[in-house]
Design a binder for this molecule. Structure first.
Ligand code: SF4
Ligand code: SF4
Length: 486
């Protein structure tokens, strides 16, 4: 008989290490509610991440007249990404690449330090599954009640609970899909349009797809998404080392395990009373006592469950705790956690992270709101005019990234006696001033001509200079001027 203060649970891990197949029919996992510091931390992280996801599209950000006032917006129609004070154009997609690199390296660093902390606390699959289990527990009760309900024949009460649970899950799915589409259009306008059936078909279909995936992944598939669909558990093996902090069962202290009666000695036996509480709370259906496993998302709920047991049987906490691989062989229950956060791997990840972040910050702070692109005509390469001078044609594209109409003067330098003019739709214009509306690109045809004797070779460099007449900002692009063989 086990210690009377602790309920012994007859539970086998669903994902047993030695019996693991590449793919097998899902055995339903009914995790028990855990109580403790890590459970509280997970509630807090869940509340914060869900709040960020649902509230962000409703935050306003004044960018001036004519510009969207949504703080975070992927504006597909105007091909722009707005993130508070940052506005990214399609040609600046390298910022997105930079952000993805920062995200990936951060994930490597966190994994090297704390194992799969991302998976256990803040991955959307974990957060939404936790939310779905919370709803399930509210409607159908904790683990034992749910197991009884699963086995019970279908009655009106069981049907009512099932309908209510799945109904709430679908509502969460709709809200999740609904919040997602608000990132792609002005949220208040789209909200109105959705309810008056004036929104685009893509908005309704996106909500439908995301409702279905949220419901299936969070409600039905749960741990299978992590085990079979996500590549990260396989990749993380390369990031985890002997010194990585991860959820660890201290076998040297816990074994030999076995039931324990109140008042019995702890001599010649381990501290694990084989109560299976750590298995019962595990959302992945594994037994942490089998060692480090691919399925373990390091949610630390087994730490809470075991600490609770240790409190009840008056033993020191930490039979399961965050520790390193080496630490698990220390049988001393009062040992101090020894972990070396600064090591070659974490230094390398931190340096790469700092370098990419510094490059991103530098380019962002020095980002130009005016862009110039000069393309020289290839056909013909040049024209010899009746007075003997040489003429080249160019297409000049000016990108005005501001939210005001701007006037730009175009000049060119590089050859003695060079003349420049614009050929707009009307007659030739020698005052090279171009008006570019806000948030847009204007393209003009420009011609340069130079006396033949000003060219010392058949290709000369010339600078095309664009000056913002309102701010004085200047952009220069060097291009070539072609002439006959010398
Ligand atoms: S490790 Fe802790 S929670 Fe798990 S069976 Fe042993 S005593 Fe119980
Ligand atoms: S073994 Fe523990 S840390 Fe790992 S998934 Fe299960 S409860 Fe979470």
């Amino acid at each position: 008989m086990a210690d009377s203060a602790v309920e012994n649970i007859d539970v086998q891990p669903v994902n047993k290490k030695e019996n693991r197949a590449l793919f097998e029919k899902r055995k339903k996992i009914q995790p028990k509610k855990a109580r403790g510091d890590f459970r509280r931390l997970k509630w807090i992280i869940m509340a914060v991440t869900l709040a960020i996801y649902y509230i962000t599209p409703w935050i306003r950000w004044d960018r001036g007249e004519g510009a969207p006032d949504q703080a975070v917006l992927v504006d597909l129609a105007r091909e722009r990404f707005y993130f508070f004070f940052i506005e990214i154009w399609p040609q600046e997609v390298y910022y997105i690449t930079g952000l993805l690199i920062i995200g990936a390296i951060s994930l490597f660093l966190v994994t090297a330090l704390f194992g799969r902390a991302w998976c256990g606390y803040s991955c959307p699959q974990t957060v939404w599954t936790d939310l779905f289990i919370f709803v399930e527990r509210l409607v159908e009760g904790d683990r034992n009640a749910r197991l009884r309900l699963d086995k019970a024949p279908m009655t009106a009460s069981k049907l009512g609970k099932r309908v209510l649970k799945h109904g709430i899950w679908i509502v969460i799915g709709v809200l999740t899909g609904g919040a997602w589409v608000f990132y792609f259009a002005d949220a208040p306008t789209l909200f109105r349009d959705l309810f008056t059936f004036n929104a685009a078909l893509i908005a309704y279909s996106s909500i439908a797809v995301l409702t279905a995936t949220t419901y299936v992944f969070g409600g039905l598939m749960r741990e299978q998404v992590c085990t079979y669909m996500c590549p990260w558990p396989r990749i993380q093996g390369a990031m985890v080392g002997d010194e990585t902090l991860t959820v660890t069962y201290h076998g040297a202290r816990g074994e030999p395990r076995g039931p324990h009666k109140k008042g019995e000695t702890w001599e010649n036996r381990g501290h694990c009373i084989d109560c299976n509480q750590c298995v019962a709370v595990c959302p992945m259906g594994i037994d942490i006592r089998d060692g480090l496993q691919m399925e373990c998302i390091t949610c630390a709920l087994c730490i809470d469950a075991c600490n609770d047991v240790m409190d009840k049987i008056d033993l020191p906490r930490g039979l399961i705790s965050y520790d390193t691989y080496a630490g698990q062989f220390d049988a001393n229950p009062n040992k101090k956690l020894k972990v070396r956060f600064v090591r070659p791997r974490t230094i390398a990840y931190s340096l790469i992270l700092a370098l990419v972040a510094a490059i991103m910050l530098f380019t962002l702070l020095n980002r130009s709101i005016l862009e110039l692109n000069v393309i020289r005509d290839r056909n013909p390469l040049f024209v010899t005019l009746s007075d003997g001078s040489i003429r080249n044609g160019y297409t000049v594209k000016i990108l005005n990234k501001t939210h005001d109409t701007r006037r730009y003067r175009i000049t060119a330098e590089g050859l003695k006696g060079m003349q420049s003019w614009l050929q707009l739709d009307g007659p030739q214009d020698h005052d090279l001033v171009v008006i570019v509306p806000e948030d847009s690109v204007s393209s003009v045809k420009m011609f340069l001509s130079a006396p033949a004797d000003s060219l010392s070779s058949k290709t000369e460099d010339v600078d095309v200079i664009v000056t913002d007449l309102d701010t004085g900002q200047v952009e220069v692009q060097t291009t070539s001027f072609k002439g006959p063989d010398k």
